[in-house]
Design a protein around this ligand. Sequence first.
Ligand code: ATP
Ligand code: MG
Length: 402
Amino acid sequence: MNKIGIMGGSFDPIHIGHMNIAEEAAARLGLDEVLFIPANKSYNKDPNENMSSDKRLYLTELAVEDDPLFKASDIEIKRGGTTYTVDTLEELKGLYGDDTELVFLLGADSMLAVDKWREPEKLFKLCRFAVVSRPGCSDGELEKEIKRIEKKYNSEIYRMNTPGLDVSSTDIRNRIAGGEGFRYMLPAKVWKAITDNDLYGFKPEFYPEAAIYVKRLEKELKPSRFRHTLGVAAEARKLARTYSEDPYKAYIAGLLHDCAKNFDREKTYALCEKYGVELDEVLKAQPDLIHSFLGAEAAKEEYGITDEEILRAIKYHTTGHGEGMSPLEMIIYLADIIEPNRAYFKGLDKIRKLAYYDLKSAMEEALEQTISFNSEKGRLIHPLSSQAYSYFKENNRRKRIE
Ligand code: ATP
Ligand code: MG
């Protein structure tokens, strides 16, 4: 008789706790295969809070692809609607036939709820349950419940006497939202897919000051500028994580980089006067550039930012400068160009790639493109940009020779 393990759940996202139960069950119960079946819509979870089913399935497929015992199944997603395990088991019974035993794998928290699932009598006829304890659930309570259920449904429940790992999807989602590490809580490929695609996104409300800035910027900026701002902040944070720089500082600098951009002419000049921003010939000819220099002052005076590194990153985000920019300065300069809402232009992909490969090479490329683009438009090039370009060109050339 074949024995197939069924791992059901929302897998939002799948993590090592799930993989670990499946491995233990396969070894202890002699399973021929374990099917991981992401629920389309868990009856007990808010569907608005779930990642879309195709993404959860994709992550599940990545998680199992290197283990010949494990398979991902889309039957619950294909069936659609609210997921009831009893429907899944009936479908699987039909597929595999009577000479296959279905073993449904559960963590303790789910075991305590199984009684409330749809058509429990039928469920217990269609499969056997196997349960692992889970950190946070009392083993005594679990054992009592198992005994009660065994009696009620006249079905023996397998106990895998192994504690589950202290990992949950909820904790992982919170970690991602809060910008904390979560890399080793998931299979490597799943971690990579989540970070590469920025799934589950970072939520600014986990940085309380940032949440306040976001509210204010939403009021002050045009909607498209606001969207761009959030994009720059998120991209800057990602770059900072890549280069082991402070993601919080990068996020704040990204948020505030354009805080002076939507001031009208009059206000711009008045504030330049007030904060002592000098208007050189280029700034006078191209007032568009002023917002960077004024932005640093506005961030300080109006948002209370005191960190010099953040203020410099804002100040030089449009021109760069030639004194060897700090990593944070480069990050903001580049994030402004490569953030995902940026309209496509020829050459963007190259900068995007370089930005995650080497900041200085990316700066050289970005400055070269910016300078030639603006020259073609007949605009004056700010001397700071020319100096920055020469600096990076020379610096990168020397590095290549060494
Ligand atoms: P969430 O926090 O969103 O509820 P989760 O980590 O509990 O996610 P689910 O997809 O809800 O994951 O769980 C699927 C199944 O895996 C459930 O039976 C659950 O009890 C079990 N499970 C998940 N993580 C563990 C773990 N660390 N140890 C033991 N069982 C686990
Ligand atoms: Mg759960």
